[in-house]
Design a protein around this ligand. Structure first.
Ligand code: G6P
Length: 611
């Protein structure tokens, strides 16, 4: 949530910052702003996207080699020009951009108001910038000390980049709860919410930890905690290609990421399955495997699409490894005083590795003594750094706000974990183990085939692009797929869509069905196929319009359906990976036909670093 870019060096800061903000727009796009120092401060900000900011600035060149920029996902205060970042302190000494929430902002604001401070915006950020200025002036201290002292008074989360107009060759960055990465170049430094704005300039990065403050002067970086303890910067090498964060000829990142799935899934299992298909190696779990095998219970936590992947994981782990699994929304789990045993294993699933609720939930689980594992996509993010062990999905950067390839990568990892445990616990014969491993390796080419039916999906999308409601039904492994299909549609097309277990339909949603209600039924051949046939009949009996996802060659459901999309034959443990793809495409095309911004749907952000 909210994207931050800062630069100090020999380049024109404006270009670095605007390009960086465009890369970070997936984090929020309610408003954008920039400040570049060059003798005086040049600050522009406005409601809307980074392109609106560029239009706003046109003809007013921002010269200077130090600056900060922000793209906002609003928390405190509606998206408008005034609430946009950067925020400037009352006496104009500090300019600041912020990602996160200052929870005690109203107490701090009252104190500052009592000391004569006036506020123009409704944001918590303006309180922080004024607190820093107040300490700076009152204490007659340096900018660094004022920032550190102010941050000791703050409750909440922040990623910050700060300029002080009295110290025009200093850029200060600080982190607690919200991610920040520093890029280290030749006599230049970059600050950003993630590495995507940095990768085209340098692959040397420092990931800030909570309570870290980086004071960057030209050609010199000092790292401390907010309590003034010196730290040794840990410079790491970034493994990210610039091509991976470009659209590569596709109209949208979402479409590119849907079409990347054969490759991304291959990257997820590559090197982790032996050439003879008789072993799964998950190096990240190696030293915790005995404890995982012994686990009496596995708790999977996640949010959004990652939670849906967790539900597929529940079915897989219970089926193959015979271990009880609970799947929890991180936001519910962390606040309801959950019972966590020392011999529980908690698996946190997160594409970004930064989701605030998931991060808080794993801290809780670790405190309770559980073994905490992560399944994350972004290397070096907070969740992988705060878990005992884990597996990266290696799906490559996912930029479209609606998650697609991250979901299939997460499910691929969960399938491998379930198979590995099932094998090690003796529930799978060597033949069965091998047969099921092979099923994973066949998924990429099967998805390739599904992607070949894109035109068919477009035709169906044309018919339903004006619809206002959708129902998605599935049983077993396809129930989470139904949830995910419905989520994709509502996220990007703003059509109301509900995912439901097919058998539960008769306990409520069946009342909604009439000739205007499209019902997407995931009805591929699996253990519950016969039951789904009955559910489709129930829909048809009420004149519902059925769009079914069936296995190639199916005739029974095809005859009952109004529209049909096929997926290749596969074992049911990998079928969710296949069935979700046509639903991703359907949501994409419907959203496009409705004129929606597919990559940046309204009100959403990709990385939710607020609670
Ligand atoms: C946001 C995104 C979703 C994502 C969810 C969890 O809501 O828009 O696409 O599924 O956060 O994110 P995570 O990074 O933890 O998987």
């Amino acid at each position: 949530m909210c994207g931050i870019v800062g630069y100090i060096g020999h380049r024109q800061a404006y270009n670095v910052i605007i390009n960086g903000l465009k890369r970070l727009e997936y984090r929020g796009y309610d408003s954008a702003g920039i400040c570049v120092l060059n003798g005086s401060s040049q600050l522009f900000k406005c409601k809307g996207k980074v392109s609106d900011l560029e239009n706003h600035i046109k003809g007013k060149p921002l010269e200077g080699t130090i600056g900060i920029g922000h793209t906002r996902w609003a928390t405190h205060g509606e998206p408008n020009d005034v609430n946009a970042h950067p925020h400037v302190s009352m006496n104009g000494i500090f300019t600041l951009i912020h990602n996160g929430i200052i929870e005690n902002y109203s107490q701090l604001k009252t104190k500052l108001e009592n000391r004569g401070y006036k506020f123009t915006s409704e944001t918590d950020t303006e309180v922080l910038v004024n607190l820093i200025e107040y300490i700076y002036e009152k204490g007659n201290v340096t900018a660094e000390i004022a920032v550190r002292l102010a941050l000791t008074k703050v409750v909440g989360a922040y990623g910050l980049a700060i300029l002080c107009h009295n110290e025009p060759n200093t850029l200060i960055a600080a982190r607690k709860g919200s991610p920040l990465v520093i890029g280290v170049g030749e006599d230049e430094y970059f600050v950003a919410s993630d590495a995507t704005p940095i990768v085209e300039y340098t692959n040397s990065v420092i990931y800030l930890n909570d309570n870290d403050v980086a004071v960057i002067k030209r050609g010199e970086l000092t790292l401390k905690t907010i309590y003034n303890e010196s730290l040794q910067p840990n410079i790491q090498t970034l493994d990210l290609d610039i091509e991976e964060i470009e659209k590569g000829g596709f109209d949208h990142f979402m479409l590119k990421e849907i079409f990347e799935q054969p490759r991304s899934i291959h990257d997820t299992f590559r090197g982790r399955i032996s050439p003879h298909l008789d072993e799964i190696h998950l190096g990240g779990l190696y030293h915790v495997l005995p404890r995982l095998i012994e686990a009496k219970r596995i708790i999977i936590i996640g949010c959004g699409t990652s939670w849906h992947a967790g539900l597929v994981g529940e079915y897989l782990l219970e089926e193959l490894a015979r271990v009880p699994v609970e799947v929890e929304y991180a936001s519910e789990f962390r606040y309801r005083n959950p019972i966590i045993y020392k011999d529980d294993v908690v698996i946190a699933i997160s594409q970004s590795g930064e989701t605030a609720d998931t991060l808080a939930a794993i801290r809780l689980a670790r405190k309770a003594g559980a073994l905490v594992l992560g399944i994350c996509n972004v290397v070096g993010a907070s969740i992988p750094r705060e878990t005992d062990a884990g597996v990266y999905t290696h799906a490559g950067p996912e930029i479209g706000v609606a998650s697609t390839k991250a979901f299939t990568a997460q499910v691929t990892i969960l399938t491998m974990i379930a198979l590995l445990l099932g094998w090690r616990k003796g529930y799978l014969s060597p033949e069965k183990y091998k047969e099921l491993i092979k099923e994973i390796t066949l998924v990429p080419e099967k998805i390739e085939k599904i992607l070949g039916s894109n035109d068919k999906v477009i035709k169906i999308a044309e018919i339903f692009s004006k619809t206002t409601n959708f129902l998605y039904l599935g049983r077993g492994y396809f129930f989470p797929v139904a949830l995910e299909g419905a989520l994709k549609l509502k996220e990007i097309s703003y059509i109301h869509a509900e995912g439901y277990p097919a058998a539960e339909m008769k306990h409520g949603p069946i009342a909604l069905i009439d000739e205007k209600m499209p019902v997407v039924v995931i009805a591929a051949k699996d253990g519950s196929y016969e039951k789904v046939v009955s559910n489709v009949q129930e829909v048809k009996a009420r004149k519902g319009v059925v769009i079914s996802i069936v296995t190639e060659g199916d005739t029974l459901i095809r005859e009952m359906s109004d529209y049909v999309l096929e997926i290749p034959k596969a074992h049911e443990i990998v079928e969710s990976l296949l069935a979700v793809v046509p639903l991703q495409l359907l949501a994409y095309h419907i959203a496009l036909m409705r004129g929606c911004n597919v990559d940046q749907p309204r009100n959403l952000a990709k990385s939710v670093t607020v609670e």
